[in-house]
Ligand binder design. Sequence first.
Ligand SMILES: O=C(O)[C@H]1O[C@H](OP(=O)(O)OP(=O)(O)OC[C@H]2O[C@@H](n3ccc(=O)[nH]c3=O)[C@H](O)[C@@H]2O)[C@H](O)[C@@H](O)[C@@H]1O
Length: 289
Amino acid sequence: MKPKLNHRLEMPNSNNNNSNQYGPYSPKLPKHNRSLPRSINYLLREQRLLFTLIGILIGSTFFIIQPILSRIGPSEAHPYTRSGFTTRHDLRGVGLERRSAVAGRVPAAIGARRLRVVVTGGAGFVGSHLVDKLIGRGNEVIVVDNFFTGRKDNLVHLLGNPRFELIRHDVVEPILLEVDQIYHLACPASPVHYKYNPVKTIKTNVMGTLNMLGLAKRIGARFLLTSTSEVYGDPLEHPQKETYWGNVNPIGERSCYDEGKRTAETLTMDYHRGDGVEVTLHIFQHIGN
Ligand SMILES: O=C(O)[C@H]1O[C@H](OP(=O)(O)OP(=O)(O)OC[C@H]2O[C@@H](n3ccc(=O)[nH]c3=O)[C@H](O)[C@@H]2O)[C@H](O)[C@@H](O)[C@@H]1O
């Protein structure tokens, strides 16, 4: 009769001298004893051990050398980076370029920024030449003009310039701008223009200058007023020194302009003395008429 293949039933008894009715019992080897030679065999077959060792060698070489390479300049360590192979160095380079590109767009209020300037009456004869000069210096320029006598044609060459802005606005109305300097030129300047609407002329000089000085005070901007030699009226001394106060008719046809500019000068000096606004008075000497 064939023995039953039931090992549990056939479990050896240490007291039975390693034998039973089916013959001598050979004890089971511990598992690790059996698997060790098998693993070694497995490794030795088909040069697996050799390939494993080579793998370990390559791996350790990479982990030892890699930190050293990252410390050395990448161009020295990786000559192939120049052939367009993407490495960490290349990526770092892209990062720096991006950072410097962002730095180029730093808001005007930070670091070595451009000077922001507003020129009222910047579409006029003097104003448009001043604007050219300011743009040429690298400033950002905003022109505020109601085009009473000024023309867009005077500024047409600047219309595409990212540092230039043109605003149609009458300075008798307040305006809020963030600038460093205010050049206040807006005013009807020739007799035919300032006599055309004398009330508007003196209003522009008084209200317009008040508004621009108020802005200068609020935002801490420097202020320049273009005045005129007309403030001396019919002068009694020639040439006029700065200490000369003039000989002005307060009720004449030209008074809207002469007294308007005088009041503008007064306001300018009062904002300087009273509010600490940094100011400049600029007088144009008229030749003729
Ligand atoms: O020689 C001077 O004493 C004058 O010189 C310049 O005047 P100018 O350039 O010769 O005259 P315009 O070519 O007529 O320029 C005046 C500008 O002011 C503008 N303006 C005039 C009036 C007004 O209410 N608002 C305003 O923006 C005009 O549109 C024009 O663009 C200055 O702008 C005047 O302030 C200065 O009094």
